[in-house]
Design a protein around this ligand. Sequence first.
Ligand SMILES: *[C@@H]1O[C@H](CO)[C@@H](O)[C@H](O)[C@H]1NC(C)=O
Ligand SMILES: *[C@@H]1O[C@H](CO)[C@@H](O)[C@H](O)[C@H]1NC(C)=O
Ligand SMILES: *[C@@H]1O[C@H](CO)[C@@H](O)[C@H](O)[C@H]1NC(C)=O
Ligand SMILES: *[C@@H]1O[C@H](CO)[C@@H](O)[C@H](O)[C@H]1NC(C)=O
Ligand SMILES: *[C@@H]1O[C@H](CO)[C@@H](O)[C@H](O)[C@H]1NC(C)=O
Ligand SMILES: *[C@@H]1O[C@H](CO)[C@@H](O)[C@H](O)[C@H]1NC(C)=O
Ligand SMILES: *[C@@H]1O[C@H](CO)[C@@H](O)[C@H](O)[C@H]1NC(C)=O
Length: 743
Amino acid sequence: MFPWSTLFLLALAHLVRADQVIFSDDSLSNGWQDWSWGSTIDYAATNIKEDASSLSVVSTAYSALSLKAPATIGNFAGLRFDIAGDNPPIQFYIQSTTDNSQSPTIPLTAFSKTVNSSAFTSVLVDFSQLPPTGAPLGAGTWDRINFQALGDGATYNLDNLVLVDSIVIAPKFLSAEPIGANVIAVTGQGAIDFTTLQVKLNGKPVAVKNIQTVPTVDISSKTITYLTLSSRFSPGSLVISAGNGTSFSYTIPAATNGSINQHNSFPINDRIYGVNFPTDAAYIQHLGVTISRKGGNAETAYNPFGDFTNAGNDWYFENRAADNSDDWVGWVQGAESEAIMLLPALDWVSKDATSYSYSKSVYPDQAKFDPYNADAGNGQLADGTWVTPPDPTTAYVPWNVTAAKQFLSGLVHKPEVVTIDNEIEIASNTHQDMHPNPLGYDEILQRVLNFGGVAKEALPTVQVAAPSTCAWWYYWTSTIGDSDKAAHNGSDFLPWFLQQMAAHDKATKQRLLDFLDIHYYYAPDTSANDDAAKALRLRMSRSLWDPTYVDESWINGTAYNSQPNPDKVMLIPRMQALIQQYYPGTKLSIGEFSSGADTELTGGLLTVDMLGIFGKHKLDQATYWATPDEKGPIGLAYWLFRGYGTTFGSQSAEVSIPSFNPDLLGIYAGTNAQHNNATLVVVNKDPVNPVSLHLAGLPAGSFFLRHFGGQAGIAKFQTTIKIDSADLLVVPAHTAVFLQQLK
Ligand SMILES: *[C@@H]1O[C@H](CO)[C@@H](O)[C@H](O)[C@H]1NC(C)=O
Ligand SMILES: *[C@@H]1O[C@H](CO)[C@@H](O)[C@H](O)[C@H]1NC(C)=O
Ligand SMILES: *[C@@H]1O[C@H](CO)[C@@H](O)[C@H](O)[C@H]1NC(C)=O
Ligand SMILES: *[C@@H]1O[C@H](CO)[C@@H](O)[C@H](O)[C@H]1NC(C)=O
Ligand SMILES: *[C@@H]1O[C@H](CO)[C@@H](O)[C@H](O)[C@H]1NC(C)=O
Ligand SMILES: *[C@@H]1O[C@H](CO)[C@@H](O)[C@H](O)[C@H]1NC(C)=O
Ligand SMILES: *[C@@H]1O[C@H](CO)[C@@H](O)[C@H](O)[C@H]1NC(C)=O
């Protein structure tokens, strides 16, 4: 007889996995290999130890302890290790040697902020929710674990590295917040028992009439549950208690009254939902990216006849291989995004993928050298002055309009927009090796005319965007400075530029400049990232539009320009007024902008506010710098407006709130021209209090709801809710919501 019990045991043996030890005491085990680089490693260190010895690591800048498994490790739940050192500046990532793909890089501080050298701290990396976004590691041929030092190198000890088979998650409420008209959004971990939960509004118990747990997208270890209450929210106290001591309380504030009017609307240019360098077609689709830009400092030296570029002052003036622009436009357009391609407009482009301008053998006294290439320097002496650059042919070949025309004429895939280079007003810094002389008004204009001209000849339907000026200071002056301005009748730069372009285009009877393109980075300093900095970050979007907002930066001091109200940026209306005055019909583009806080929730909330402002204030085009992480806060802002084909709509509709305070609230109404489906985006910038809105004109009925932020943090949540005309619409603190009417 066949021994069924044996088969059962065999099957069990196959199913029950065990933990796998990678390192303990003094050696690697289970076939793990040392693939480290630039590091001194002692497997039997005794300077600090658990049991007999530990593993000590001394890594030089950007080098790593790298351990390779004999087989893929994706089936394990996580990695546990003990670490000691004085908060060693290292980052952690998992890699595949098959295709070189890798997980996000995670700073040690994301796991533990208090690693010290007197005792080991135990760290557990849960593969189902990697910091900072909580995204899972995902499927892959993972077989390599790296502990990489940052720029100053790192010294630390490790012990007891173990891949763990399972991570048991104790039931836990992470958050419970009021949202919509009568819904409590609960996030949690583990198997939560909702039957013990009690909700009280103004002291009176409220029944929960429906409980819906939905899978969270991207963060499989958390759940979100929507509890629909039998009563609508009203001003007063709201207490949600788990029956065992855990509770969350809020004050639902009195209504902020206002109205929306879908019938008073105007078109949004959908090119405002752009990014620089989307990662792939799925990214474009998931985030609803409408236009993609291939730009930035390195593209200035892009040589299309070989696909080389040079990093300039961003990285030791080194050449490297570059993506082919023609192919790039092809795949981006294939993913249904429009394309903005940079056309180099200086006199040189990279000659190969390996040369660099400042060899140590020629310039031994430079202040810094590339940690990966000790011979490549930064071109500057210790006191910050530049060395005299070498012959440009050291790293470059000549570039001119003939070459540009040949390149553009040969394109198989034609971009919708060409920008004439990038921030060339500061090329004497960013590309000091090939353009050491400061650029002035005339040279910038001449290059736009020359290269914009060949762009229009080679691609007659292309739209030209220029001059892609980097910042407020250079909107009004040049690197040469006062003498240059004086030589141009004292005129500020951009107004002068618009006048010259208008005069040129009038003379040639052809529009060369389609977009006035500028870059915009906020001037206020929010780097402290404390509560005050976060509040400043969320209110500084007022500089995009608000004629009463005094910029909270050096801009509010000495003006250095002749513009009206120079202490207020009011960027979009200001630029639109200049265009109206000097070259009507020119569109306005912001080719680079940023929240300045790509991994911060408040950076994501600010980006939601910005995308709303761009639509409301009739901006024509905008591309975020650089690539937002699809699952990070900035990616979520795009997802909120446009994710997976569910969009804000083609029209911006009127919103009126008499007591509107833009420091604490952003609110944008939309509609689609075809069906008049109402949409609404609300950003509650208040860090503590929910906001309750009463909006006349918001249609009653069912709405699709998306949200991120609040205590639930950076993750995608969505459901369907109902709102009646008398209801309050509640939005939790530090949360962005998107509503779309379901007809
Ligand atoms: C060092 O880290 C250990 C483990 O995390 C901790 O118990 C100990 O209090 C820390 N010591 C100091 C001085 O911070
Ligand atoms: C009460 O239960 C919730 C959910 O199960 C849990 O998150 C919380 O830690 C518990 N609190 C106490 C004090 O046990
Ligand atoms: C908002 O409107 C309601 C009536 O719809 C009114 O009771 C309330 O006082 C208003 N709130 C404010 C702040 O004006
Ligand atoms: C561009 O450079 C090429 C070769 O270096 C030269 O033949 C051509 O005349 C130049 N074109 C212009 C407009 O100067
Ligand atoms: C120079 O500027 C003044 C005003 O500042 C203006 O009236 C005048 O027309 C300008 N001249 C030229 C040649 O642009
Ligand atoms: C002007 O900017 C500074 C920071 O540079 C800020 O401290 C100050 O509050 C600002 N002034 C006003 C009126 O906002
Ligand atoms: C908009 O409303 C129409 C009905 O008027 C409906 O068919 C359509 O699905 C709605 N669109 C969205 C995106 O909800």
